[in-house]
Write a protein that binds this ligand. Structure first.
Ligand code: UD1
Ligand code: CA
Length: 458
């Protein structure tokens, strides 16, 4: 049976007060609509049909590669917004006539695949929806049930009687429905109501009239059905989502020193007993092995860090692989393309870019290592710089194993330093240094005994 998903995303989002269409506003680092697409991928929808309107081209361009998260996204324009029912109507020409559809919203980003699967199960009779009991149901469509507790219709706030407004069970707007029924019902919607809109909610009364058993489920978490209309709601949902992710990580065995000061904008896979201090931001796809510790204020993006490694405070790690039992930071900056082997030490104010550093090698203070290959157990002294850029091109520096680069050396690439070689402090190395030798490339020290220090003129 084909599973289609219809995502309504034509709304203007006026209350965002932004040039960016609402469904492109980021939550946890990703556009709202991307969160919805991530879930449709999880439930392996056969068709993903997105109804766009305002700012449509920008929205389409954002997801323009023909597939997003391995899905083909179909776009249907709703040029004029005449209501949620009209928005689904415009998909009918491309909507299969058999199978089931889920109706979702581009601005309700966090509905979970598990919940959607439960909803599909509840729709075996032809129609089911997600409802929610709220202490304050104001603004929502209310679920009207008969004496036998069967759903008979939905009434919008603006059309509801005093008595109906007292109902606390509300419509979240998310449905699972047979396509054959959508094709039957939608052409019959009318806009004779308080808002002059074609209400999708009217299909519920049509289903009841057709004698269809209408299913309903509740979300596992309230945030799953929360929509975003302004930046206040966006920030509130962001906090709920971050807290949820933090809770899941703690259940998986991570210690978060303060789960309220932790931000995950992507996916984090963890081993056991990982410890993360406050104000850490984790982005993209990250992995932290057993016992990894991340100090306060670190920023990790696409980082793969093996067991026992310690990342000390305020380090920035971007697109980097680190072996086990390494020490990084505080205040280290590891840039894309860096691969550090086991037991590497990178200390404060050391920047490493596109370089491989072998087992046990150390650069403990104030260095720049760019486009370099360093063997095992080598020591890079404080202030050492690989001069990798000649103003036009980048060049490589190769340093062997067990070598020692004295402090404040400049290694002018392309240059290579052999195994077990030593470079004297303050050298400017422009020629290769053979293995097992000492290179000194600096002015010789002179002692001037007759020197008289100038005195201040009065
Ligand atoms: C809708 C439901 C209401 C439910 C509420 C939950 C209807 C008639 N009412 O009301 O029962 O409690 O959601 O939040 O369905 N959209 C379009 N094209 C349109 C109109 C809307 O794409 O022509 C999209 C909007 O971008 C938005 C979503 O549909 O993402 C909901 O529209 P909105 O007007 O906010 O519906 P509500 O009035 O909140
Ligand atoms: Ca509305």
């Amino acid at each position: 049976m084909t599973l289609s998903v219809i995502i309504l995303a034509a709304g203007k989002g006026t209350r965002m007060n932004s040039r960016l269409p609402k469904v492109l506003q980021p939550l946890a680092g990703q556009p709202l609509l991307a969160h919805v697409f991530a879930q449709t991928a999880r439930i392996e929808a056969d068709r993903v049909i997105t109804v766009y309107g305002h700012g449509g081209d920008v929205v389409k361009d954002t997801f323009k590669c023909p597939s997003y998260a391995q899905q083909v996204i179909e776009w249907v324009e709703q040029a004029e917004q005449k209501g949620t029912g009209h928005a689904v109507q415009v998909t009918l020409p491309v909507l299969p006539t058999t199978g089931q559809s889920l109706i979702l919203y581009g601005d309700v980003p966090l509905v979970r695949a598990d919940t959607l699967r439960r909803l599909l199960d509840a729709a075996k009779g032809g129609l089911a929806m997600i409802t929610l009991k709220l202490d304050n149901p104001t603004g929502y469509g209310r679920i009207v049930r008969d004496q036998a507790d069967k759903i008979t219709r939905i009434v919008e706030q603006k059309d509801a009687s005093e008595q109906e407004r007292a109902i606390t069970e509300v419509n979240t707007g998310i449905y699972a429905v047979d396509n054959a029924l959508l094709h039957r019902w939608l052409p019959n919607l009318s806009n004779e109501n308080a808002q002059g809109e074609y209400y999708l909610t009217d299909i519920v009364a049509m289903a009841a009239k057709d004698g269809i058993e209408i299913g309903s489920i509740q979300p596992s978490y309230a945030f799953e059905v929360e929509g975003v209309n302004d930046r206040l709601q966006l920030s509130a949902l962001e906090r709920q989502w971050q807290r949820h992710q933090a809770n899941e990580l703690m259940k998986a065995g991570v210690t978060l020193l303060d789960p309220a000061r932790f931000d995950l904008r992507g996916n984090l896979t963890v081993g056991q007993d990982v410890q993360i201090d406050i104000n850490v931001i984790i982005e993209g796809e990250c992995y932290l092995g057993d016992g990894v510790r991340v100090g306060a204020g670190c920023h990790l993006r696409n980082a793969k860090i093996s067991s026992g490694t310690k990342i000390l405070a305020y380090s920035i790690i971007d697109d980097v692989t680190i072996g086990s039992d390494a020490f990084i930071g505080p205040f280290a900056r590891l840039r894309p393309g860096t691969v550090l082997a086991d037991g590497v030490h990178i200390g404060n104010f050391v920047e490493v870019k596109n370089s491989r550093i072998g087992d046990g090698s150390k650069a403990n203070h104030l260095a720049y290592i760019g486009d370099a290959m360093i063997g095992a157990e080598s020591n890079i002294g404080a202030g050492t710089i690989t001069c990798n850029y000649d103003g036009a091109n980048k060049h490589q520096t190769v340093i062997g194993s067990h070598s020692f680069i004295g402090s404040n050396s400049s290694l002018v690439a392309p240059v290579s330093i052999g195994d077990n070689a030593t470079v004297g402090a303050g050298s400017v190395v422009t020629k290769d240094v053979p293995a097992d030798t000492l290179a000194v490339a600096r002015g010789l020290q002179r002692i001037i005994t007759t020197y008289i220090r100038p005195k201040k003129t009065k």
